[in-house]
Design a protein. Sequence first.
Length: 500
Amino acid sequence: MPEETRVIRPGRGVLAWPGPDDELVPAGFRLRPDPGARVLAGGMVVTGGSPARVLRLSPAGARQVHGWWSGTPVPASPKARALARRLLDAGIVHPALAEVPGAPDPDEVTVVIPVRDRAAELARCLAGLAGPGRVIVVDDGSRDPAAVRRAAAGAGARVVARAVNGGPAAARNTGLAAARTPLVAFLDSDCVPAPGWLDALLTHFADPAVGAAAPRIVPHEAGRSWLARYEGASSTLDMGQRPSIVRPGSRVPYVPGAALVVRRDAAGVGFAEDMQVGEDVDFVWRLGGAGWRVRYEPAAVMGHQHRVRLRPWFARRKDYGTSAAMLELRHPGMVRPLYASAWTAAAWLAAAFGYPAAGAAVTGTGTALLARRLARVTGEPWPRPAGSAAWRLAARQAGGGTLAAARPLGSALSRAWWPAALPAAVAVRRLRFPLAALVLAPPLLDWLDRRPPLDPARYVAARLLDDAAYCLGVWQGCAERGTVRPLLPLIRGRDQASRP
């Protein structure tokens, strides 16, 4: 059974979460189903989210869910509001943005822009903000502070100067300390905001449990070089087209700090100033660990000036990789190259060593065991013939999950393991074809998904170069921190049932 499956059974008590996790969804919220959500067993079972959840509903809960998916607002009933929270947290539903009551106004937001020199980029970023508003520019030890002051003065922004350069985390914390509004929007100076960029993000803060929300980051302008076209389709800052709750293991495990709106009450001590890269990932994960929700909202779009010159682009990708070791030490188990169940790992190992029939048998056994567990949730007697709701779910989660594992397995090879996999392929002839196929599968599948304005050969080459740079950074960070944990897969023996 794949580790992505979570079986949720009713009637087992309520999880006690700290702080804002006790907040119910406000009455009047309207919810929309995630594109991957499904209703089964006559409306009594709902499944979806990331990682996948299977939730058995009571008759009253089934009626509520049916109404919400048809546009009915969440009622004042505490039970209904608690169920709405469970569905939101699972990623099965998302807020219907156009109809969320109680959203804050833009004048409740202070924009904080950390910068070191780059006065021209700063001026362009400030020009994209509507009116002077509340804008704080944090000069993080610029070599030409007068140029920064001139750019800020032209837009009516306040400048807070740091005596010495402390990096993006320290600069953001300086701006956070100077802000007095309930919300703070962090923007990097190479962001290019457009009118309305903030509106969709503010709607999420009508939910008192939301501590931060992030927009989709896209290229400010389409590039013409092969690297610019690759970045336009596959930037590490772009978290995709689908909304999501943000947490490790979900469809969107983190959001970049280049554009991030944060509730001041949730920010705590702010960003980790001893981290030069990865500080935004650490910040978001600490928010979630404290019980706050973080939302990714692609309906809000932020333009960004991507790096499109090969040397600085490669160096930055390598820098990102160096953060893996520190993040894994601070958040154990969160930064691994591969997450898989023992069933999936066994099936792929059998296939890799030339025993595909054994791998199929392992997958079939895992599917049957998961179907048996799911039958207790769907309310079907066991055994049931193939075609029942439990079997369909199990086949999609276990069988389909094993096949889909080729993608993360290939990514693990190219992003973490190639310094070890390459010598193995040279030494063992029978491993060459399966390893090459696994390495090429993720970029080719990405090209098919995205259909970028770049031919497959150059897209695959760019993706492999991207992964190679990140991998070099991972190994460098492991050597500097004295750990190999970011290089080790996390294999789970069986799924853990979540029982809210």
